[in-house]
Design a protein around this ligand. Structure first.
Ligand code: PMV
Length: 315
């Protein structure tokens, strides 16, 4: 449909975790992700009469309070650029569960950035959209692009060098992801809250250095098309993140028994010769990174794990 804009969530292989500037959502480190083509957010924005207030309808349900305020503040960025004071109606639909570690805010703000670009006739480039999407939700800057995506942390205080770009991965038959849904419930602690706790913790300095090192290794692996190295970095970085979170005071626990069962099955698959690697964002669901040609085998194996509600394959 015309005027409807789509974006996909993404799963980080090297995670973004912690902001050096909360307002501008500037990260301490760079990060690398894969965009999940199988899931999507669709968004429409249209101007409503001047003087009235913005409205936000998600999945057919009008939203007020914090969700509306966040969307409105984001639209302000575009209004400012366009010199407009038009109120808007934002309508958005996700075809996957929200707030369960599947980055609905990433696809949400990326789709909203594209829709605002259109409604305010701004004709911004993908790079400019990435910079703006970042202001809605950090990882949204990566959802402007498909495939393997690098978000450079940048150094500037104004954030204009903190944006994402696509990275080529030269291997055939390509990368695939499988998401094991083990929970469709809202997570109790948002990524923003958990990040703040982490940044204030004693181990955070070390986290920054480790992440920089992992990112370098992941980029090297991507450049040379080394799937094994990329998978190992992804699994290990995710494990480190969740160990750090669980060691905080109070601990932040996203891994459930069902998540752990999937993590173990992925290891067993590797032992049996199927190269698959696990990664988890801020939620209980588990993403499995694999080669496209192994998708059916892995899908059958992971679907059978106790506690897995369903699996979503994405090439
Ligand atoms: O963009 P946010 O604020 O929802 O944070 C996303 C954080 C992780 O998904 C856990 C990691 C990442 O890099 O996407």
């Amino acid at each position: 449909m015309i005027n409807e804009f789509t974006a996909h969530p993404n799963i980080a292989l090297v995670k973004y975790w912690g902001k050096r500037d909360d307002r501008l959502r500037l990260p301490f480190t760079g990060s690398l992700s894969l965009t999940l083509r199988a899931l999507r957010t669709r968004t429409r924005v249209r101007a409503i009469s001047q003087g009235t207030r913005d409205r936000f309808v998600l999945g057919g349900v009008p939203r007020k309070g914090e969700p509306l305020a966040r969307v409105s503040a984001f639209v302000d960025l575009f209004r400012e650029l366009a010199g407009s004071n038009n109120a808007v109606l934002v309508e958005s639909w996700n075809d996957f569960p929200e707030s369960s570690g599947l980055a609905s805010s990433a696809s949400g703000f990326a789709a909203l950035a594209r829709a605002c670009n259109h409604v305010f006739d701004l004709r911004l480039s993908d790079r400019e959209l990435s910079i703006l999407a970042r202001r809605g939700s950090g990882s949204a800057c990566r959802s402007i692009f498909d495939g393997l995506v690098l978000w450079s942390a940048g150094e500037r205080a104004d954030g204009l060098d903190s944006f994402a770009q696509r990275i080529e991965f030269p291997e055939s038959p390509g990368l695939a992801l499988l998401i094991a849904i083990v929970s469709e419930e809202r997570k109790e602690i948002s990524s923003t809250q958990a990040m703040e706790l982490s940044v204030r913790s004693r181990g955070y300095e070390r986290w920054i250095r480790t992440t920089e090192d992992y990112l370098e290794r992941a980029l090297e692996a991507a450049k040379s098309g080394d799937f094994t190295a990329l998978g190992e970095v992804a699994e290990s970085h995710s494990k480190l993140l969740h160990e750090m979170l669980e060691s905080l005071d109070p601990p932040v626990i996203y891994r459930t028994n069902a998540s752990r069962a999937v993590l173990s099955r992925v290891k067993e698959l590797r032992a049996a010769g199927v190269e698959a690697y696990s990664t988890m964002d801020a939620g209980a669901n588990v993403c499995v990174l694999l080669r496209g040609r192994d998708l059916e085998t892995v899908e059958a194996e992971i679907s059978g794990v106790e506690g897995v509600l369903r699996v979503i394959p994405s090439r």
